[in-house]
Design a protein around this ligand. Sequence first.
Ligand SMILES: [Zn+2]
Length: 419
Amino acid sequence: MSEQEGEEVSEDRRKYEFRKLIEDLQDYSGSGTQLVTIYVPPDKQVSDVVAHVTQEHSEASNIKSKQTRTAVQDALTSIKDRLRYYDTFPPENGLVLFSGAVDSGGGQTKMVTEVLESPPQSIQSFRYHCDSEFLTEPLEHMLADKGLYGLIVLDRREANVGWLKGKRVEPVKSASSLVPGKQRKGGQSAQRFARLRLEAIDNFYQEVAGMANDLFVAQRHELDGILVGGPSPTKDEFLDGDYLHHELRDKVLGKFDVSYTDESGLYDLVDAGSEALADAEIMEDKNLMQQFFKQLNAGEEATYGFEPTRKNLVMGSVETLLISEDLRKDVVTYECSNGHDEREVVDARHETKPHECTECGEEVDASDAERDDLIEHLMNIADQRGTDTKFISTDFEKGEQLLNAFGGVAGLLRYSTGV
Ligand SMILES: [Zn+2]
């Protein structure tokens, strides 16, 4: 099932489809080096790619094994066919093409061609790859990249602010101070010197906060957190004082010791704060699971397991659909000629079997059954009912429980339904 044209695709759904595609591609293997992968950056002309593929096609005629030669040429022809759908340049973030004859069991092969349009991040360089497996590593990196964080490093002499976008550090602004050293010049009174020095420090903290506010306040709603680094007591004075915008102060995940406050300090800060970052990434998941358990214990507005959750979804009573990120199941729908429809959850690799209708005993053939990816099946109903879908990581205890004890599927309800 695919989404209707023009319909807005949710970010969670896009992420899921992307992740699923990578997993499917990883599962394929070909005999010999006959699986072709092509990464096309957005600034590469499609006609150049076609020319490259044509060239490879003619060079493939030198491959000794007839079987491999035919397989590679078929893959290249299939890729060329797909490239016809594109104009001068590929879509926004580029294009990745996969094609080849993959093992389908029992010594058989089948031809697979997949096109990924506009991956989550821009393709950096053109790559032509021929192997016994598809090349998915560059996409796996994109999968791991999530989150937007603000970074601040400072001591009394220097400060840098920047972004952490996924795994990428982006330094943005820096400042250096006019704070005098501790040694006063001759002729200056000790008291006056100390006062001027404190004033200079205060001014510098204000300047640093100004840089951070300029950069982060506008994006505070997308911001997943802020890390502050530097030596003690500078970072403590900075955070304890009223320098940062109050909405940013609530976003501070922690303060960390780093030795440098130049651009390299931003990288050190990400290393030092890695644990806090990992926690922040699953914070929303943790909150949702907490809410689920609270409702479950109250016996009220919660549901779990495939069939009860599906019923609630169809009724429109699910506020938020919770799906374990690691759930990989299919759902087979059997409809007998008396109009009874029943569903069975099966392993994704499991073959579809005939089914006896529990209502009337009629046997429904495997070929008459409809088979969907379980997550897509539920997300499609959720989309029609205005239900939010959230994917829950298994990197914490309650997230693991969702997968292992609740069938990987649960729902927070708008009201109690008794289902
Ligand atoms: Zn029946």
